[in-house]
Design a protein around this ligand. Structure first.
Ligand SMILES: [Zn+2]
Ligand SMILES: [Zn+2]
Length: 241
């Protein structure tokens, strides 16, 4: 039996018994057991702005610095302030997130939201939380196909556990084709005017998505918010590539 089958069986079991989402063995309150959490949680050295991995060779010249940004962010700072990711988008989290999205394995949203919540609490120790949590919306067509928006589920979970209002002002008015395999320029073009803001937002918000890859989606949404009175946009996601 493949790991994938094990993962799915574990997933099905965990729905009923509240076992760990990933191994299916340990009983746990947050949906992920301590060993799986320790396996999934490490991010490695990351850019303090976009949360992309920073290779050791990139900084070999300079002193190791936990708080440095990657070359790309230094050259062209993104619209958002920072990305906070629960974990890296790699095995087994990549599988878990596709199970969540395409096989309605919603328990992964719960367990990984707990991992994100831990990261968020650490990141905001010295600063105040955003005033509102805003999910990256799906186009209504996609929403009716899938039946749920995984980012919305994550947002509701975090709004609840962190006591931050959940705001649904942001909507998607353009059905963007799959972004996989497209150049950064093509991604931006596809996303142009993809979002619409239905009502004003507070000055500090967090945009929430399941996976952030190049950051073009969250950048486009962040720009719209910043053009409409928002002063700071943070990005929270379950996984960053
Ligand atoms: Zn486990
Ligand atoms: Zn960066």
């Amino acid at each position: 039996m493949s790991f994938f089958d094990n993962l799915r069986r574990a997933a099905e079991k965990s729905l009923a018994y509240s076992n760990c989402s990933f191994c299916g063995l340990e009983q746990t309150e947050i949906g992920i057991c301590t060993p799986c959490l320790s396996a999934v949680e490490p991010m490695g050295r990351s850019c303090r702005t976009c949360a992309s991995p920073i290779e050791a060779s990139q900084t070999a010249q300079s002193e190791p610095d936990a708080g440095s940004s990657c070359g790309q962010c230094l050259q062209k700072p993104p619209a958002f302030q920072k990305v906070i990711a629960a974990t890296r988008y790699k095995f087994p989290v990549d599988k878990a997130l596709s199970e969540l999205k395409f096989n309605k394995q919603l328990h992964f949203a719960r367990s990984l939201s707990h991992v994100l919540e831990r990261r968020v609490r650490l990141s905001y120790q010295d600063t105040s939380y955003p005033e509102a949590l805003v999910a990256i919306p799906l186009h209504p067509k996609r929403l009716s196909e899938r039946g749920f928006n995984q980012s919305e589920i994550i947002t509701k979970h975090l709004a609840n556990t962190l006591s931050i209002p959940h705001n649904n002002a942001l909507t998607r008015i353009k059905d963007t084709p799959h972004q996989i395999g497209l150049s950064e320029k093509q991604r931006r073009k596809n996303l142009n005017n993809a979002f619409y803001l239905q009502k004003p937002l507070p000055s500090h918000i967090a945009l929430i998505d399941d996976v952030v890859t190049t950051g073009s989606t969250v950048s486009e949404a962040a720009k719209l918010c910043l053009q409409n009175g928002v002063k700071q946009v943070d990005v929270w996601c379950l996984a960053k590539t």
